[in-house]
Every structure is written in C-alpha cells, then in structure tokens.
Design a protein around this ligand. Structure first.
Ligand code: NAD
Ligand code: 0WE
Length: 258
C-alpha cells in the first residue's frame, strides 16, 4: 500500500514505542523509513532498530530546538528530496505534573508540556512543508485525556487538547496543497512513557475489563491504523481523530456490564 513512499518518524525510544509499531507497519507496506529521536537514544536504541528495517537515515533532534528541527529536514532533503509521511509520536511533561492535582501545575511545567507535546507538531510540519508531496500524510498520537478528565494525566490532557486543535488548523492550512493531517487516539499501551506513571497499571487492567472489545490495544493495532491514514485509502480524510481504543470512547459509563 505504501510502495515507494518515504516516511520520517519521530519518537522511537525502544521496541515498545508506538513510533516503532508504526515504523514496522509502514515498512511492511513498502515504505522507506528514516528516524529521528533525542540524541541520547540514537546510538544505543534507535540505530539498531533502524538497521532492522534497512534504514540508514537516523538523526538526533530535540523538538524544543528550532535549529535541530531545521537540521533534520535539511538532511532529509539532501538524502531523499521529498517526504510522503511524517509521523509525530512524542510527548513530555514533568513527572511531578503527572501526579497530584492539575491546579498545582506551574507556569513552567505547563509551558514545557505544551511546547514538547503540541507546538512541536506545528514546528515539524512547517519545516517539512517544502518537502511534502501533494498526497502527503502527517500523523500524530493523542489520548482520550484530551477530551475527558483522566486522573493524573493533568497537564498532558491540556497539551493533547491543544495538539488535537492543532491537527484541525494544520489540516485546513495544508489541505489546499493535498497534504492531510490526522491524529490517532490510542488506548493505554505499556510503553516507556507509560511506565512508572502512577495508577497506569490499574487503569490498564480496568481498560481491558470494560472496553467493548475486552482487550488492550497494541502497537501493531496503532501501526495498522497509521498505514490506513498514510495511504490513499484515506485520501479524503483530514483533520480527524481516529480512535484505536477498542471502542472505549463510546461508553457513557464504563462498566463490565455495558
Ligand atoms: P515512548 O516513551 O516510547 O515515546 C515517547 C517519545 O517522546 C520518546 O522517544 C522520547 O524520546 C520522545 N521525546 C520526549 N521529549 C522529546 C523532545 N524534547 N524531543 C524529541 N523527542 C522527545 O512512549 P509512547 O507511548 O510510544 O509515546 C508516543 C506518543 O503516543 C506520545 O505522543 C504519547 O502521548 C502518545 N500516546 C501514548 C499512549 C500510551 O498509553 N502509551 C496512548 C495514547 C497516546
Ligand atoms: O501521553 C501519555 C504519556 C506521556 C508522558 C509520560 C511521561 C512519563 C515520564 C509525558 N511525559 C512524561 N514524563 C515523564 O517524566 N500517555 C497517553 C500514557 C499515559 O500517561 C498517563 C496516563 C496514560 C494513559 C499519565 C497519567 C494517567 C494516565
């Protein structure tokens, strides 16, 4: 489905990352891949994984730094000349802001979470723009905590709300050039970003008990949805949030009976 397409993926930390599930799925459909992650993960984590999919493009980038973003897309342009698929699969908030009460969020913590988790999509998309092909697809990852209160998700919920609104505004901006922008709202998955989060284990178990499909979501499930959104099968879909959550979001009162 993606033969000859070129994809650049931000956010691989290890083989549990949603970005890695997406990478494998895009690769299985014939896409050529490149990877970008924070400097500290490149040599030990990302390059070995990139090797497994025959990728030679592996570049560091802290998305808080415009110069680093510019450098990655300059390098991509030199190597491949154009970009069909941009995957944004990253987020960050201070750990102290993911526990306790939202009202205690500091100005700095709020700004950091919004910068890394929401503004970065705007910045990456703008820098990618000259390289994006007429049928290109931009994808990001969001979570239900953007819409409804999820205990402890706190400032990340606000950041994801900003991310989802950014998807709609970017879709309106880029639509006339044929470029589509969508988000996948994934159910809870045990990744590095989810580990050690207080209460995650309990809510992960509860999710399985109450979600209509009575199971947890995998990075393979998210990868399949990403293939669809990146492909011409989704040619008329933009500005959308696609749920890959076993149906959890349709429930009014999540219980085993419903
Ligand atoms: P992960 O820890 O594997 O990936 C998060 C990535 O963000 C890491 O690679 C990390 O290096 C990167 N990152 C953080 N700060 C960065 C910065 N300043 N510059 C560049 N990269 C930075 O965890 P994941 O769960 O695969 O997260 C990927 C995306 O999926 C995130 O947007 C997350 O909010 C979203 N998501 C996760 C879940 C879940 O339950 N795991 C559910 C829905 C959505
Ligand atoms: O988006 C996320 C997690 C994002 C995240 C995770 C961390 C942990 C380590 C952002 N920043 C940090 N900072 C750290 O220091 N998810 C959707 C997974 C997640 O996180 C939760 C969840 C779920 C689900 C936090 C509280 C409640 C539920």
């Amino acid at each position: 489905m993606l033969e000859g397409r070129k994809a650049l993926i931000f956010g691989v930390a290890n083989d549990h990352s949603i970005a890695w599930g997406i990478a494998r799925a895009l690769h299985a459909e014939g896409a050529t891949l490149g990877f970008s992650s924070v400097e500290g993960l490149i040599d030990r984590r990302v390059r070995p994984l990139a090797d497994r999919l025959g990728s030679t493009f592996v570049e560091p980038c802290d998305v808080q730094d415009d110069a680093q973003i510019q450098r990655v897309f300059h390098r991509w342009g030199e190597a491949y000349g154009e970009l069909d698929i941009l995957v944004h699969a990253l987020a960050f908030a201070r750990r102290e802001d993911l526990e306790g009460t939202f009202v205690d969020t500091s100005r700095e913590g709020f700004a950091l979470a919004l910068d890394v988790s929401a503004y970065s999509l705007v910045a990456l998309t703008r820098h990618a723009l000259p390289l994006l092909t007429p049928r290109a697809s931009v994808l990001t990852l969001t979570y239900y905590g953007a819409e409804k209160v999820v205990a402890n998700y706190n400032v990340m919920g606000v950041a994801k709300a900003a991310l989802e609104a950014s998807v709609r505004y970017l879709a309106a901006d880029l639509g006339p050039r044929g470029v589509r922008v969508n988000a996948i709202s994934a159910g809870p998955i045990r990744t590095l970003a989810a580990s050690g989060v207080s209460g995650f284990k309990t809510m992960y178990g509860r999710f399985r008990d109450v979600a209509p499909l009575r199971r947890n979501v995998t990075i393979e499930d998210v990868g399949s949805a990403a293939v669809f959104l990146a492909s011409d099968m989704a040619a008329a879909i933009t500005g959308e949030v696609l749920y890959v959550d076993g149906g959890f979001n349709v429930l009014g009162v999540p219980t085993e009976e419903a």
